[in-house]
Design a protein around this ligand. Structure first.
Ligand code: BTN
Length: 146
């Protein structure tokens, strides 16, 4: 009787185990979002800080788009929340992103984010219209083989 119960318990554990362990999601690497913007994030420091480069596909300005620096931090759990700031170097606006790194049902990493884009206001009277809000979804960018 006891061996049968133990066997059933083991079988149950074996079936449940894959659903219990989530794969690690971390931000290091190349990402592209639903607008076609690209970002590259370097190695995480021991306290979860990172830096990288962001090339936006779109702009609110008429200026020529240039790769801009970004810095951020992420938590160290398997599907961590994070935040990063892009300091646009071709114009005087700033975007902050916050989100979470998920591993979907196919094992694919996906970043679900919300952002605030703060444009420069020429006067305090224009402050009310200087911030836009939106969402972006990022997936890993496929490496091009040379
Ligand atoms: C600007 O136009 O003031 C600077 C570029 C802003 C690009 C925004 S940031 C939020 C959204 N997501 C992107 O990938 N690009 C746009």
């Amino acid at each position: 009787m006891v061996p049968t119960t133990s066997l059933l318990l083991l079988l149950g554990l074996a079936l449940l185990a894959p659903g219990l362990s989530a794969d690690q999601c971390d931000l290091t690497g190349n990402w592209t979002n639903d607008l076609g913007s690209n970002m590259t994030i370097g190695k995480l420091s021991s306290n979860g800080e990172f830096a990288g480069t962001y090339i936006t596909a779109v702009t609110t300005t008429k200026k020529e788009i240039k790769a801009s620096p970004m810095v951020g931090t992420q938590h160290s759990n398997t599907q961590p929340t994070f935040g990063f700031t892009v300091n646009w170097n071709f114009t005087d606006s700033t975007t902050v992103f916050t989100g979470q790194c998920f591993v979907d049902e196919h094992g694919k990493e996906i970043l679900k984010t919300m952002w605030l884009l703060r444009s420069h206001a020429d006067s305090i009277d224009d402050n009310w219209k200087a911030t836009r809000v939106g969402i972006n979804t990022f997936t890993r960018r496929a490496e091009v083989m040379e």
